[in-house]
Design a protein around this ligand. Structure first.
Ligand code: B12
Ligand code: SF4
Length: 526
């Protein structure tokens, strides 16, 4: 199947003299903008991508004046016709400031915002940009550029809300792209990329400095967890003919990876970064497992939801090159899982996988969510008990529960009065300071106590029996949590050292990684 705006790989429309700049804030790995750039170029438009600094864990602040000036200089030199910004909710404040600067510097150049925040909370973005793009952006942005280029009206483009002359034109979304193979691979060329960091601009594709390439095999997700952006997209697109969860063909995926293998000199690992991967039909899996090792042969990792941790699937993926699986426990409490997270508890599947993995030996990381204001103490204790039950070794990534606008959970807690609108990301920016959990974040003694227990539970060098006794005597230890907390901090430091050595051994320790995680004061809990 082909689309007028994104035909098969290799096809290019005649060049048009319309130049679009796409700006990423703190996100060198931003795939969304690279997809947009590839689609625009395919349709004949010119693009410039500006990566204004790279993401660092829990330390995102407004870029320096020097870096902002450099970004503005690039936009001026390139004489662009449209400026696009894509950002997450927590960066809304920064995007607004940057846009004010852009608009005062280039009053005649329209600005379009897109991405997850605009899609989740468009009413909060009105009049801060000329256009807002909701949902999938490729076709919408091409339509917008074509209309601007040809001097046609821009107020009735599907997916685009136009804020013109004090009015807002709220247009419905077009159907989701049914066949993802019509999309060109993300644009990773060097010549049109500008990476700004610490007062320096490099004209190069900054992603090529990393050893890990993130790829997306699908769009959408078969599930609907309450705290996740997926619930928003489901509402936005509603019931329509195109299924919400779509996947690419194996050939389309391998084509992208073959190109990456040739062009990313440090490539040592592929991260399949779909929210949940491989929930695809059996023939797809069979074809992938047969072709991937032969054609790509780079170790890969992926995210799987607990029910997918099946022996049959894992054995074949392991033979194809799977070295690491990330999966969501989120909470050990079945009640919290069902009533707050809207997830089917995965404990039994995880325990079974833990046993099976003694044989398979796939490295595993479990996701756990903390800082849930609605969690009772019993729920927190159940999580601790569960983490102690899982066979070691394993890694944990702790995430602080942040309230993103428009999710089912945020809406519910706002309605119940548990949450104030100013605590919702977009108005708040907690995720910039606390997403992967660091131990310095202010928490109640009870929460510090449980976080310390969770950290200790995953460390193979701390006896489980000892942690269980602390859990049994929790009334005492919650009052005297400090020694336990500092022990957990030290254990995290030892663990971090081990991880760094592992990266070094596997050729994956890059300056990017060191900068993202290497802050001792804000040491990531794991
Ligand atoms: C990969 C990923 C990352 C990577 C890369 C970051 C990036 N910005 O791409 C890393 C690990 C660095 C990362 C970090 C973070 N992430 Co992240 N990440 C994702 C993930 C899993 C995939 C993003 C992706 O590439 N999708 C595929 C592309 C094709 O889709 P897309 O980005 O939505 O782009 C399309 C449209 O949105 C639109 N569009 C996008 N931008 C623009 C711009 C314009 C001008 C237009 C017209 C259209 C448009 O068109 C695109 C093509 O159709 C998403 C979840 C998800 N599946 O989307 C979370 C997600 C985006 N991340 C999230 C968060 C919170 C973070 C962090 C704060 C977490 C942290 N650990 O500190 C940081 C912030 C970093 C940052 N500055 O953006 C949240 C954001 C929630 C929200 N409402 O803001 C998400 C939605 C996950 C979640 N928890 O729900 N992340
Ligand atoms: S499985 Fe992951 S991506 Fe899917 S709805 Fe749940 S949290 Fe969101």
């Amino acid at each position: 199947m082909s689309h007028p705006w994104a035909p098969e790989q290799g096809w290019t429309a005649p060049p048009r003299t319309f130049h679009v700049a796409l700006v990423a804030l703190y996100s060198v790995e931003n795939a969304g903008l690279r997809y947009l750039s590839a689609a625009l170029r395919r349709a004949g438009f010119q693009t410039t991508l500006v990566f204004l600094r790279d993401w660092v864990n829990n330390r995102l602040e407004m870029p320096s004046e020097e870096d902002l000036q450099l970004a503005l200089e690039i936009l001026s030199q390139k004489k662009v016709d449209l400026i696009g910004l894509g950002f997450i909710s927590s960066l809304h404040g920064m995007a607004r400031e940057l846009t004010l600067r852009i608009r005062s510097e280039f009053p005649k150049t329209p600005v379009v915002w897109g991405g997850i925040h605009v899609t989740s909370a468009p009413e909060d973005c009105l009049h801060q940009a000329d256009y807002l793009c909701l949902g999938e952006g490729e076709a919408a942005l091409i339509d917008l550029c074509a209309r601007l280029h040809e001097g046609l009206p821009t107020t009735d483009i599907p997916n685009i809300w136009a804020c013109r002359d004090g009015e807002v034109h709220r247009n419905p979304v077009r159907p989701l792209i049914p066949d993802l193979d019509v999309l060109p691979w993300p644009d990773t060329d060097d010549f049109n990329k500008h990476y700004i960091e610490n007062g320096r601009v490099r004209v190069e594709e900054p992603w090529k400095r990393t050893a890990e390439y993130r790829i997306y095999l699908s769009r959408g997700c078969p599930y609907n967890c309450s705290y996740c952006y997926v619930s928003i997209l489901r509402d936005l697109y509603g019931e329509q003919q195109t299924p919400f969860y779509r996947h690419r063909s194996v050939e389309h995926v391998l084509g992208e990876l073959e190109r990456v293998r040739e062009t990313f000199p440090r490539l040592a690992r592929v991260k399949i970064d779909d929210d949940t991967s491989f929930a695809f039909p059996e023939p797809w899996i069979a074809e992938f497992c047969e072709k991937y090792p032969r054609r790509i042969g780079v170790p890969f990792e992926c995210l799987l939801i607990p029910p997918m941790l099946r022996e049959n699937l894992l054995t074949r993926l392991k033979a194809a090159g799977l070295v690491r699986v990330q999966t969501g426990i989120e909470t050990g409490s079945a009640e919290e899982s069902r009533t707050i997270h809207n997830r089917t508890p995965g404990n039994q599947a995880i325990l079974k996988f833990g046993e099976l993995n003694r044989k398979l030996k796939i490295s595993v990381v479990y996701d756990v969510i903390v800082d849930n204001p609605s969690a009772t103490e019993e729920m927190k204790a159940e999580t601790a008990r569960f983490l102690l039950e899982i066979p070691r070794p394993y890694d944990i990534y702790f995430y602080s529960l942040n309230f993103f606008p428009g999710t089912a959970l945020t809406r519910r807690l706002l309605a119940e009065g548990v949450l104030h609108p100013d605590q919702v990301e977009g108005r708040n920016s907690k995720a910039c300071q606390q997403f992967r959990v660091s131990m310095d974040w202010p928490r109640s003694p009870e929460d510090k106590f449980y976080l310390a227990l969770y950290c200790l539970a995953s460390k193979s060098f701390i006896p489980k029996g000892w942690i269980r006794r602390i859990l049994e005597n929790r009334t005492f230890w919650k009052r005297y949590w400090k020694p336990l907390f500092w022990l957990a901090w030290l254990a995290n430091l030892v663990k971090m050292g081990g991880v760094a050595l592992r990266y070094l051994r596997d050729g994956e320790l890059t300056w990017f990684k060191i900068r993202q995680y290497g802050d001792l004061r804000k040491l990531i809990s794991q």
